[in-house]
Design a binder for this molecule. Sequence first.
Ligand code: ZN
Ligand code: MN
Length: 485
Amino acid sequence: MRLRGTVMNDFECAIGLEVHVELNTATKAFCSCSTRFGDGPNTHVCPVCLGHPGALPSLNAKVTEKAVAAGLALNCRISEISRFDRKNYFYPDLPKSYQITQFFHPICRDGFLAIETDGGEKKIEIERIHIEEDAGKLSHREDRTEIDYNRCGVPLLEIVTRPQISSSDELKQFLKKLRSVMLFTKVSDCKMNEGSIRCDVNVSVRKKGDGTSGTPTEIKNLNSFKFAARAAEYEISRQIAVISGGGTVEKQTMRYNTEKGITEPMRSKENAEDYRYFPEPDLPPLHITEECIEEIRKTLPILPDVRIRRYERDFGIPAADGETLTRTPELSAYFESVAEICKYPNIAANFLLSEVPSAGDENSYMKIPPKNLAALSELFGNEEISSATAKKLLRRMIFDGIDPRKTVAEESLRQINDREAVRKYAEAAIEQSPKALADYKKGKLTAAAAVVGRAMANSGGKLNPVVLSEICAALLKEVCGNDVP
Ligand code: ZN
Ligand code: MN
């Protein structure tokens, strides 16, 4: 369901996110059970995470450290005192019948994360970040439901934004950027397939200039960026259709049906009161000193935003490309080691962002030693090889591990820049293309492309394309005389 631009243009939408990021601590938040993923069901459980009577939680210090690191990286204020609360509800994946979370006094507040949009940098404000525990996992079989409590008590950060995201594209940008910051700060592995980053998306729509704010609906538990963006897009269209038809949007909780590509109501939206939040009596307030915060600040790496600005300033790489180059710490470290030894970092960046993924996949760069990508960028930048040759070499660098300089020498792949040599190829191509020539004479100027293509193919892709086009155009004019338009 896509609405026409004109209808869409009468409305604006506000999207807010609650992102759950699983922390990569070795043990759970309030007990010493392992957090390892993929082991047999119910092998990492104890009286604390199973909620046996009399078992008492105690906070894992690593959880605090990682929460503070994430908060600093997201430009938040760290609370000197934060507290834990109980969120009460029954569900079979929650053996205690309450989740330990931080409702009244979260550990971090008032941060932001900047994303690159078409209109330049945009800061999305982060209202709060709190620590909470994950629930277990239910698997619905044909005749029964199985339950695994291994995930019960695994520490999570819940990152809550203000509703300042205005499109599904911005939503995707935000999630990618957040993932990259979490990876750089080493607080989470952000493995989507293991569910270590999931989000709830709040969407509201209103008529432009209306002044009131729209009624938000919440789409629960989206575990891929793609689905989050699609769900938001669908929900925006749905709400516009409801309002345009004279109806009102109901405040409700939705799920995204990935098969049908639609949002479906789950239940009318519950309010905070329904959870009977109250302070967790078994955990003391969490006190974080200024010294402790400074210690953690010192351990923070250079974050993506700083790197993006550097790439822009030092290499002329647009910020949007910089954002992709800092997608993971591994990719940015790789790019920086190439840039260090390469005369043309911007060319290397282009290869990394477009040619490498299209030849293999987005991780194929790992198969190329940095010095080889640097060499390829210089061969191309110095006009020693054509772009067609560069692409072919790149493919072989990924799949056969060749050294581009050696291969260019051994197989004499150097670009032909010499005008006389190029002219010979062009003349031969014109002779071999009587049909194109006839077309050209009839005024079909695009027929020149056929001649260029043939010359290029005859040379094995080695001709300098700029020189070749120039010479072909001149020769065709000559051959046909001046009676061609
Ligand atoms: Zn446990
Ligand atoms: Mn939560």
